[in-house]
Write a protein that binds this ligand. Sequence first.
Ligand code: NDP
Length: 283
Amino acid sequence: MANIIDGKAISATIRAEIKEETERFYEKNGIRPGLAVIIVGEDPASQVYVRNKRRACEEVGFYSEAYELPADTTQEELNSLVDKLNADDAIHGILCQLPLPKHLDENEVILRIDPKKDVDAFHPTNVGRIMIGDYSFLPCTPAGVMALLERSGIEISGKECVVVGRSNIVGKPQAMLLLHAHGTVTVCHSRTKNLAEVCRRADILVAAIGKADFFTADMVKEGAVVIDVGMNRRADGKLTGDVDFESVAPKASYITPVPGGVGPMTITMLMQNTLTAAKESVN
Ligand code: NDP
């Protein structure tokens, strides 16, 4: 049976470290890292995320602001809020909860957020900096995966890493981070031929496609490290990953559960990015 990578425990350790560092930063500079979260409309899942982010800020000693805007907010209103937050010295990180209602242009918002405050690392400036390996912020979910690997003592250098999924927020940056860590990286997607065969080559398999229990034991090499980024709701309302945990766990050397694996790390990495942004604001 695989070692279970406990994302909740690792996340709690990192948050405690962030809290300590925040206090040191505050003592030295008299500044609390500040995060502003914008949410437009009443998507219940987004509201839960926003609440969790606010709680995480309190836990690590950050200042936070939440802007809950009505669903009929115009692009101009949203843009002017971003402009105001860009100019606000108490705010070091700005996060606009996606998806936005259809009439709003997500890309316009991503481009408008000051790259220095772009704690989601979605702005092309930050994406480009990740590509060349000279970055301040990493996108939260792939950064969370890297922290899980690192803190579990899993060596990446020279390993066959297979990332399944090529989205801008998970798959692509994940592949780049594994490459920076000297993995030999293959990226798969919906047009990949012989997916099971490619996955079986992986020493480290990262599943990020959004399909419940898709990755079964026959797709995994004996002793592989399996990281499940997927978050899917079953018909009975239960959260499940992209990996069929029951069949894969006995074959893997390490595996992340869902819930309690990658999920808790995402907000923790957001806290890390906000602290970094605050530190860079005084440099
Ligand atoms: P997207 O829908 O943006 O991307 C899915 C990717 O998976 C695409 O690249 C797609 O390929 C690929 N894909 C879909 N079906 C298959 C298939 N049958 N075989 C191979 N590849 C396939 O999703 P995200 O990247 O945003 O999210 C992925 C999962 O991670 C979701 O379950 C999401 O909920 C979860 N997630 C979890 C987070 C966390 O905090 N734990 C944070 C963010 C996401 P193609 O490009 O060809 O269409």
